[in-house]
Design a protein. Structure first.
Lengths: 113, 113
């Protein structure tokens, strides 16, 4: 069983740039969630995708957007990057349902200069 | 690693001891809970979950206890090993129509040989 994979593992950008992060979900999973983890903190929910549509969003501005593809893989796009966007971005996949555990990838470490 | 634990509560134990990690959750309407282990440079790894209609669940060397009256979770690790050293997060699934995980602050477990 293939787990959740994310790419790239590390990325350096400058303020104002745009970035796309990618995630392949675990086989058998149809739901993808994205989280932001700042240094020394727990992950914060950004949004969730199911059936190629956003079905829930956390407290993040519209410059954070995403896509889910027919094969359940997903992208996170961030526009107009700010210094505070420096963080570990985590993707998690699961089966649909309130009591289905989310399984995480190892994340993309994004640094904004 | 970058993603975990500059100023987290820390539990230090000797190899072979039993460890108990505690977590207070915020929402009395949460009905699903997960414990994750996060090692340096990695994403959160699923350990064990519990639904709100249960008060105890056991896995391999781990037990989760749920006390809904005081909104408290604990993770017990039996015969703790050096490989158990990591940051541990509890997460509650908020009943918002989709599974949004809200993470606790995390506890660093240090196991000495």
């Amino acid at each position: 069983e293939t787990g959740v994979t994310q790419s790239p593992t590390h990325l350096i950008k400058t303020r104002g740039q745009q970035v796309t992060l990618r995630c392949s979900s675990q086989s058998g999973h149809n739901t993808v969630s994205w989280y932001q983890q700042a240094l020394g903190q727990g992950p914060q929910f950004i949004f969730q995708y199911y059936r190629e549509e956003e079905n829930g969003r956390g407290n993040f501005p519209p410059r954070f957007s995403g896509l889910q593809f027919p094969n359940y893989s997903s992208e996170l796009n961030v526009n107009a990057l700010e210094l505070d966007d420096s963080a570990l971005y985590l993707c998690a996949s699961s089966r649909q349902g309130m009591d289905q555990p989310q399984h995480f990838g190892d994340g993309t470490r994004l640094s904004i200069l | 690693g970058e993603s975990v634990g500059l100023h987290l509560p820390t539990l230090s134990v000797q190899e072979g001891d039993n460890s108990i990690i505690n977590c207070a959750y915020s929402n009395s309407a949460s009905d699903y809970f997960i414990w994750y282990k996060q090692e340096s440079g990695k994403g959160p790894q699923f350990i064990i979950d519990i639904r709100s209609n249960m008060d105890k669940r056991q896995g391999q060397r781990v037990t989760v206890l749920l006390n809904k009256t005081v909104k408290h979770l604990s993770l017990q690790i039996a015969a703790t090993q050096p490989g158990d050293s990591a940051v541990y997060f509890c997460a509650e699934a908020m009943n918002t129509g989709f599974q949004k995980l809200v993470f606790g602050t995390g506890t660093r477990l240090l196991v000495s040989p």
